[in-house]
Design a binder for this molecule. Structure first.
Ligand code: 7TS
Length: 425
């Protein structure tokens, strides 16, 4: 673990070597979709914040599960069920190690970040937030980290508070501090913004939340693919992530929670696997983490997530962060040369995302024209409408990258944007 919560480097991270071009070329060969052409043009995939591509290791782990390991988990005594359970629980240990959690009982499998946050809002939130209490967010949250809290506050008569962000897209920390009080029960903040790329000073924000006795949830959907994550160091109470954004399968996610908190929380959903015994009079619940995993889980998803985690560990996340820092610098320098282009989100600490506007060309037109060059970017509000509102825009174009992207792809993007600009001038 070598990046601090603010993306600042400790000595080791500063020394982590970025990938060399031959190394990136080798990495790209792990991703079958990156070898595809459309109308003779190579795929330039710059929509990684929406979902990342999958390496063969992940595809193979999923296939292998269905081909030779498929059975339900935690139920049968037959060999296949035991094997499926090993795969499923092995992935839990992979995730525990990946985020440096203390125990596997603290790793709850969900459908994704969205479900992880809803679980905390509906379970911890309903239990701990009452009339007049407050939940504190920031302006830059994804709708997944807004709407569940809004639903909770509406139901409980609580108040949603929002820490503003500055022109660069950084949280105004003085305002954040000022909004914390003994009324604050939950602070829910994104680690990395999907719309702006801002890396938040999460460790400090968690510390401040704890200072007023609030629980701290971190939305890690956009951090896990880009940098080492250490929940012990962050000391957060909850950490949410999605497998599909970190090179694993869709429909699979994680909620990390501190054991004492998870233990005291009521179940989120009822059903099979989350119980110890059921009568019509009374049900007793299973131990952690199974108490929060009602029904047959996404076993193939867990197999794929475990493979994704091992793939990332093998690449070395410090080197991923070092290489992506180079990519971000090169991308920003190159795109800046495009006449009429302006950035939305210029935080000092950024990861993975370059959001921009091109004169008054609509982002959807930009996206469509880039698509003709087989360049995939996202155009829209990125499920972060309050962030768009903060910058007075309805939408941006967003190039979001991963460790398999190259400087040449940013050059191709800049060239194509130059042509778009000429077309509309
Ligand atoms: N939180 C953040 C910061 C996100 O970027 C996203 C998805 C989510 C939560 C929700 O994750 P899910 O896997 O549960 O859907 N972000 C995006 C995006 O930027 N473009 O498409 C989805």
């Amino acid at each position: 673990m070598t990046l601090t919560q603010h993306g600042e480097e400790t000595e080791t991270a500063a020394q982590a070597r970025p990938f060399t071009p031959p190394e990136v070329a080798a990495i790209r060969r792990d991703f079958p979709i990156l070898q595809t052409l459309r109308a003779g043009k190579p795929l330039v995939y710059l929509d990684n914040a929406a979902t990342s591509q999958k390496p063969l290791a992940v595809i193979d782990a999923t296939t292998q599960y269905y081909e030779s390991e498929n059975a339900n988990v935690h139920r049968g005594i037959h060999a296949l069920s035991e094997r499926a359970t090993e795969v499923f629980e092995g992935a839990r240990e992979d995730v525990r190690r990946f985020i440096n959690a203390g125990r596997v009982s603290e790793i709850v499998f969900t459908r994704g970040t969205t479900e992880s946050i809803n679980l905390v809002a509906q379970s911890y939130g309903r239990q701990n937030v009452g009339p007049g209490d407050e939940v504190l967010l920031t302006t830059m949250e994804h709708h997944s980290n807004i709407v569940p809290w809004q639903m909770l506050c509406n139901e409980r008569g609580a108040v949603l508070r929002v820490a503003p962000i500055n022109e660069a897209g950084e949280v105004d920390m003085e305002a954040f501090r000022g909004l914390l009080s003994e009324k604050t029960k939950i602070v829910a903040v994104t680690h990395v913004s999907n719309a702006l790329g801002t890396v938040n000073p999460i460790k400090e924000m968690v510390r401040l939340a704890h200072g007023v006795g609030a629980a701290a949830l971190v939305d890690g959907a956009q951090a896990a693919p880009h940098m080492p994550v250490d929940v012990a160091d962050l000391d957060c109470d909850f950490y949410a992530l999605s497998a599909h954004k970190m090179f694993g399968p869709t429909g699979m996610g994680v909620l990390y929670g501190k054991e004492a908190l998870l233990d005291a929380m009521p179940p989120y959903q009822g059903g099979g696997d989350m119980i110890l015994s059921v009568t019509f009079e009374k049900t007793t619940y299973n131990k952690l983490p199974h108490k929060f995993e009602a029904g047959t889980p996404n076993i193939a998803g867990a197999a794929g997530l475990g493979a994704a985690v091992r793939y990332l560990e093998n690449l070395d996340r410090r080197r991923i962060a070092a290489y992506e820092r180079e990519l971000l610098e090169h991308g920003a320098e190159t795109l800046e040369q495009v006449p009429g282009l302006s950035f939305i989100g210029t935080a000092a600490e950024k990861a993975g995302v370059i959001s921009f506007q091109l004169a008054d060309v609509h982002p959807h037109d930009i996206g469509q024209l880039l698509n003709e060059e087989n360049i995939a970017v996202r155009a829209g509000h990125h499920c972060a409408q309050p962030t768009m509102e903060r910058f007075g825009v309805a939408a941006t174009s967003r190039a979001s990258f991963a460790f398999y992207n190259t400087k040449e792809e940013f050059d191709a993007l800049a060239d194509a944007l130059g042509k778009v600009r000429e077309l509309f001038a």
